[in-house]
Design a protein around this ligand. Sequence first.
Ligand code: SF4
Length: 271
Amino acid sequence: MRVFRWHAIDDFLTCRKKFENRWLKNLEPIEAPKALRVGKAVHSVIERSLKERADSSVLTSVLKEHELVEGLEAHQAQECAETALELIASTPIEPLSDKHGLLVERPFQVQLLDSYTTYRGRIDLVANVARKGPYVVDFKTYSMSADTLYMDFKMKRQMWSYVLALSKLGLECVGYAVVLLKKPRSLSTESEHTLFIYNLTKEELSEFEQELLLILSDIRQAIEDNALYKNTSACVQQYGACPYLELCSLGSSGLLQEVQEEEDTSPLIEF
Ligand code: SF4
């Protein structure tokens, strides 16, 4: 395996079986879980707001496009999107330069240090925030409270990997900013948000690159040794339930299909 995305690495760290199902067998649910649809709809609203400076009227049409019209998930998407729009409206978010404009939902592709590994991804936003930067900015919808373990082990590494990728492309970011949008638990509650901003030193980034290469080497070794076991008991916690639960517990894959990768037509980030 020579091409990696963060979600593949994240799946490996969460559960090797999940990694195998999604990234080696290329299986995915026929119908995306509603919880994932919420995240996609919220990202779509944020993207249009940043690109087109669209106002909140865009919300209703985006929710319809994602078939989120009524019920708890529709309420969660509406609440999280409104919270994000308010935050965007009240925070100075500026392009890095006139030449690049705001870099919104843009893919990247870089070679890592071993020059054997291609790292690909898609970044929500690269911009100056509150007159400082550049920052990698990410919006996440989330059900549980943002505990330290989640922050340290997963989100931080994902963001650092994006900062690292941009540095390979010639853009030195000062760090990352993550907006966590907590989904309301019921129809009568509202969304909450937390903003994390972290500035990274060059030493931290260089240590992280070594760590990332070790993780990638573990993944290759696990594939070679076929050591792709279930390394979690948290199968029903993330997004309500892991999409591969039925496959793992019953051996049935009736609700899964082979992934059809969509062609990403957005221009790659370049500096
Ligand atoms: S159901 Fe559990 S063991 Fe199976 S892939 Fe999902 S997280 Fe892993």
